[in-house]
Design a binder for this molecule. Structure first.
Ligand SMILES: [Zn+2]
Length: 289
């Protein structure tokens, strides 16, 4: 059979272009998914999933997307359900897909994060380059209000609780909890249907991650948990995630005890788990647990 090389090359190029634009622009326009009359999950756009809460006297957003188009879409969608201004943007942690968009909001917005998250804004990046957040023009968009263990924000008669339960995905991940809705936004502290990401270079730790999530379950009575990258889950979903993580950790530790190398250990797991397995291996052998 004669293959039309030109056609094959063209198809490959089209495929490449399609996957690239998918990755850069995000596949869907921003949408608000209703949890209650006041609380919404923010889906779509470029950057992680977030949240929007309509208080009596203003709006609180959870995370900020990562380009102007997506941030403007969030503002536009919120504007369709309320004429109250965005007063607060809470950053769940310091990863770019949650915080780059801060700069596309009005500089009158108050940006709030955990104190460790604010520190991480200024860390050198994974590739060794300097953080862009030290630029003076970005100063108004760095979290200006921080907390250590717990903070309550009152939006008129409504309250939003910000909790810190410990190190995990990074050192500065928080839980944004809405008591009336019994709903918590966890950012990247929970990945369902894909391996958990742990940023060791930011001080994240998988063994602390499971302790932190267990502490959260003991402390707040949330029944719904929203993730930056997965569909909403329930208490059972969090418990199963903790169990899965512990089993992975036990298996890696057992293989290390048998004297296996990191490469030999990786072959015992799914290929998409390689990064997490390497993290657990390093934590175990370097005594970070
Ligand atoms: Zn993320």
């Amino acid at each position: 059979m004669k293959v039309n090389i030109k056609l094959v090359v063209l198809s490959l190029l089209l495929l490449l272009f399609a996957s690239d634009s998918y990755g850069r622009r995000g596949s869907q326009p921003v949408q608000l998914k209703r949890i209650s009359d006041r609380l919404f999950e923010v889906l779509g756009g470029r950057g992680a999933r977030g949240g929007a809460y309509i208080g009596d006297n203003g709006v609180l957003l959870i995370d900020a997307k990562m380009d102007s188009e997506s941030a403007e879409q969030v503002i536009g969608k919120v504007g369709q359900i309320t004429d109250k201004p965005v007063r607060y943007v809470v950053n769940t942690h310091s990863d770019g897909d949650h915080v780059v968009g801060n700069r596309f909001f009005a500089d009158t917005v108050t940006f709030i994060a955990h104190e460790n998250c604010r520190k991480e804004f200024f860390h050198t990046r994974r590739d060794g380059s300097a953080s862009e957040w030290a630029k003076p023009e970005l100063a108004p968009f760095v979290p200006s209000v921080t907390f250590r263990d717990k903070m309550v924000i009152h939006l008129g008669s409504k309250k939003v609780e910000l909790w810190y339960f410990g190190v995990g995905h990074t050192t500065g991940d928080i839980v944004v909890y809405f008591p009336e809705e019994k709903t918590a936004f966890l950012g990247d502290q929970i990945f369902i249907a894909r391996p958990q990401l742990i940023h060791s270079y930011k001080g994240g730790n998988s063994f602390e991650h499971v302790k932190t999530l267990a502490k959260m379950l003991q402390t707040i009575e949330a029944e719904k948990f929203c993730s930056g990258h997965s569909d909403m889950t329930d208490r059972d979903g969090i418990s199963k995630h903790i169990d899965r993580m512990r089993k992975l950790q036990e298996k890696v530790k057992a293989l290390i005890a048998e004297g296996k190398s990191v490469d030999a250990i990786k072959t015992e797991f799914e290929s998409n788990e390689t990064r997490l397995i390497e993290t657990i291996y390093n934590e175990t052998t370097k005594g970070f647990r």
